[in-house]
Each structure stands twice: as C-alpha cells, then as structure tokens.
Design a protein around this ligand. Structure first.
Ligand code: NAP
Length: 498
C-alpha cells in the first residue's frame, strides 16, 4: 500500500497525482494562501497540458481494465467504504487543512469532511444496490435495460467547499465503474490532493483517480475538450458552465452543471420570527455567504418589515467575525483577498444604486484582522428586485431585504431572476407553504429551515442554476450510459417483413 503523507505529519508535499503516480506537476507554481492572515500555506507546481494527457490516458486504461470494469459492485463498494473510513480517520487534519485553504470555520470544515465521508459510504451502498431492469416485452424476447460506466469523467470544482463537492462527484463516478480526473480550483488545491492520497491508501487501483490542480482556462479547458473524456461534471459559476456546455455540445458529450444562485428567502406574516431570523442569518452568512444556495434576497411581508429588518440587523451585528480556527467564530474570512475586494466593489455599487447599508458594508477595523480577507456581514435594503444587486450573485456575506404586500407579487418577484437554485419559506401555514413552494422555480425549497442537505436527497438547479442532478439514489446513474439488451426467445426464425 502506498505511503500516505497527511498534511500534519510531513508538511504538504509539492506533488500532484497523475495516472497513479505522485509527481511534480509540469505547470506553473500555485500558491495557496491562508485567507485568515494572508500567509502562504503551500506552493504546488500545478498540472500542465502534458499531465492532462497522461491522466486521461491512464484513466482510460484503468477504467477499461477488466479488473475494474468487471469487478463485482460489492467489491468496488469496499474501496469506497475504505475511503469513507480514512476520511473519518483523518478528519481533523482534513478539516484544518481546508480551513487554512478556504478560510471557512473549523465547525464548517469539520461538517464538510463528515459529509464527504457520508457521501463515499452512501455511494458504496449504491454500488451494492444498483439494479438493472427487466422491461416489459412486446414479443418473443426478454428485454433488459442496463447501466454501464462511461469511461473517463472530468470533475471540475470551485473553491468554496472542496472536499464535499469532490466527494459528490468522485464517489458516484467511481461507484459506477468510471475513472475520474479531478480538477480543484487554483485557490484551494490542498484538500483534493489529500483526497488523492486517501484513495491511494484505500487501495484504489492506479490511474482511476488523478488530481490536477491548475488554472481553469488551461487545465480545466483541456480536460473538457479532451476527446477521451466522456463526461464533465462541473460545479462553478454560470458563465463558466455556459462555456463548458458549448464545448460539450460540440463533442455531443453529457455534462452536469451545478451553477450559481440568487435564492429568495420569504418571511410571511405568521412566521415564527425568532426561528426565521436565525435561519436567515445561517442561510446567508454561514461560509461567509460563499455558498451557491445562500439565501441572498430576503422578502418580508410589509406588515412586519421594520420589525424583521431591525432584528436581522441587530443579530447580524452580534455575529462573531474572525479566524476560522478561533472557537466561537461564526463568520470567517472570504476565500481570497481578490474575492473580498470584488464583494466590496459590489456593495459600493449597491450604494450607488440607492441601497441603504444597515450594517457591515466594509472591511472590519479590528487591527488583528487587518491582514486577512475579511468583510463584515452586510444587510442592505431600499432597492427593488430589478436592481443589479438583487439580480447578480455576490457570493459573499451580503443580503438584500425587500418588502412584499401579496402572494402573487411575491411569487412573481421571487421568480424574477435568471437563477433557480434554492428558496426558503418561513410560515406557520403549511397550506400556504406548499402552495408557494410548488410555484417557486428552484431545485430545492426549505420550509421553516434552511441549508439542510442530505446525500440521500437529489440536488439540482433549474434555469441558469444548472443542468442535471447530483446525489440521491439515482445519483450513480448520472455516471452511466444506458443500454438495452434483447434476448430472443423464439423457437422459430423471425418472419421476414411480417
Ligand atoms: P468558476 O470561476 O466558474 O470556477 C469553477 C471551476 O471551474 C474552477 O476549478 C475553475 O478553475 C474552473 N474553470 C474556470 N474556467 C474554466 C474553463 N474555461 N473550462 C474548465 N474549467 C474552468 O467558479 P468559482 O468562482 O470558483 O465558484 C463560485 C461559483 O460556483 C458560484 O457561482 C457558485 O454559486 C457556484 N457553485 C455552485 C454550486 C452548485 O451546486 N450549484 C456549488 C458551489 C458553488 P480555476 O478557479 O482554477 O480557474
């Protein structure tokens, strides 16, 4: 079994996983920065185009090898279950590493690591229980529908929740019998590389998982265009997703796109306001707002608007902002200083649009946070839903509050966005909750809760929030090709043209 060097034991080696070997990448150096203090965490020579070719070639060979292709599913399941066990064994290291790489709080990264282990275990179960179907026949034959692996899957992920989003793609793709080339975001390559080491230690045959940190425009694009990549599973921004979709269309290749959002959260006049305020804050400010499902547009019934706004502002001012490693901190830094500056610019634009900034709206003045990529949780109102601030994803700790007077207007405005990822509804009237939930254009609607996610429940976006579904019992199917088989049962030859 290959040696595993976990981040705390040997430091972070400057190696990437290409076709089963740990090698020095042939691309430029990437520097991972701890956004809590701006200090470098690691320098990694990233993948170059030659590494893409090697990883895909190895993936093709490994996925076609009968020792993997024909391995009984319950034996594939054992490897996935071992990966789950190892993720749990190294969970403290993995959570700390991800906190240093992304800035998220340890509580958040610990939960993401646990979710990644759960995802591997869930898809190990899928391996064991995944069935083909015998379909109703209309003649003298036995007909079946079977699901087969695609071959090489490229998994391309953003920087906001690497280990969980890696698991969401790698586990079902391997479970279905594919190989995977994983490309993490340039800003956050470390935890994906650690996952590669875990796969090696778990005994995953060489070549079935490569991890290629590198730029999206070069390495990501080369993977998408590679003729031997049979599917791309992408999570990231809508404009990148659209560009990948165009290439996929040229190749006639299946593609899954999990994209951006501008999700509405709705507070009706009969809501439990204490629960609603807590849920809204968690929905927008956890992960410092860098969450695709962040509830960033908050619609409040006009009759209680001032009361809810005041409570939101007061509770937001009380949030603890600081380093993700400090106990009790709720809002860590943003992933990178560049991203923090972009969020700050978007808040300035909200001001020029006429938005009233009730709290936050600036970098904290605490000198101990001066070197980090911090931005204070921000609440804005005074805008209409058509303002750019209400239409464009900010992907930071910024919420806009909007009043509504009746249900029709509310549903129209909540749906008046190019996105359709998530929605929150706070009400004690379950008839109304169901009625509105069914009319909202979104892949997920939470009622009297927010941002609860289970690997057992399908996840997807509609409109410009995505294409395809991840997770759930059918999640493994997304990484297969369907084939129909007919077994003739005729005692006599087939009649010619008759
Ligand atoms: P991004 O800029 O679209 O990047 C996502 C990934 O794609 C990164 O690994 C990036 O590489 C790579 N990439 C960039 N250009 C590419 C190209 N031409 N071909 C192939 N790959 C390319 O998104 P981000 O800023 O990292 O992430 C934030 C976005 O992700 C937000 O919009 C958020 O809503 C969305 N998101 C969606 C979900 C969901 O499930 N719906 C979940 C999480 C995040 P580099 O970064 O290395 O350049």
């Amino acid at each position: 079994m290959a040696e595993v060097r976990t981040p705390t034991r040997d430091g972070i080696p400057d190696e990437i996983l290409v076709g089963g070997e740990w090698v020095t990448g042939t691309g430029p150096v990437l520097e991972s920065i701890d956004p809590a203090n701006g200090e470098p965490v690691a320098r990694i020579r990233s993948a170059g185009p030659a590494d893409v070719d090697r990883a895909v070639a190895a993936g093709l060979t490994a996925s076609a090898d009968p020792s993997w292709r024909d391995r009984p599913p319950h034996q594939r399941a054992r490897i996935l279950a071992r990966m789950a066990d190892l993720i749990e064994r190294y969970s403290d290291d993995l959570a700390r590493l991800q906190t240093r790489d992304t800035g998220k709080t340890l509580a958040e990264t610990t939960a993401l690591v646990a979710s990644a282990a759960g995802t591997f275990r869930f898809f190990a179960g899928s391996c064991e229980t995944f069935e083909s179907e015998v379909t109703p026949s209309r003649g003298q034959y036995l007909s079946m529908s079977v699901h087969e692996p695609i071959g090489v899957v490229a998994a391309i992920n953003p920087w906001n929740s690497p280990i969980a989003s890696d698991a969401q793609k790698v586990a079902p793709a391997l479970a279905a019998g594919n190989s995977v080339v994983l490309k993490p975001a340039e800003w956050t390559p470390l935890v994906s590389l650690a996952l590669g080491r875990i796969a090696t230690e778990a005994g995953l045959p060489a070549g079935l998982l490569s991890v290629l940190p590198g730029s999206g425009s070069e390495i990501g694009d080369a993977l998408v265009r590679h003729p031997d990549v049979g599917k791309v599973s992408f999570t990231g921004g809508t404009s990148t997703g659209r560009a990948i979709g165009r290439v996929a269309a040229e190749k006639i290749m299946p593609v899954a796109l999990e994209l951006g959002g501008k999700s509405p959260t709705i507070v009706f006049d009969d809501a439990d306001v204490e629960h609603a305020v807590a849920g809204i804050l968690y929905g927008i400010f956890s992960s410092s707002g860098q969450s695709c499902v962040a509830g960033s547009r908050i619609f409040v019934d006009q009759r209680m608007y001032t009361d809810v706004l005041d409570r939101l502002v007061e509770a937001t001012r009380a949030l603890r902002v600081g380093s993700g490693t400090e106990p009790g901190v709720q809002v860590g830094p943003l992933v990178h200083h560049e991203h923090r500056d972009r969020v700050a610019q978007l808040v300035e634009r909200a001001r020029t649009e006429g938005g009233r900034v009730h709290c936050g709206g600036r970098i904290p003045d605490d000198p101990s946070l001066g070197a980090g990529a911090y931005y204070l949780p921000t609440i804005i109102d005074g805008l209409t839903n058509s303002a750019a601030t209400c239409q464009e994803e900010i992907f930071g700790p910024v919420a806009v509050v909007l009043p509504f007077t009746d249900e029709e207007e509310l549903v129209r405005e909540a749906n008046d966005t190019v996105y359709g990822l998530a929605c929150g509804i706070w009400t004690s009237d379950y008839r109304r909750a169901l009625r509105v939930a069914r009319r909202i254009e979104a892949g997920t609607v939470w009622i009297n809760t927010y941002k609860q996610l289970s690997v057992a429940t399908p996840f997807s976006g509609v409109k410009e929030s995505g294409l395809g579904t991840e997770k759930g019992r059918a999640g493994i199917r997304a990484y297969t090709r369907q084939k129909s088989l007919y077994f003739g049962l005729n005692e006599d030859p087939l009649p010619w043209a008759g």
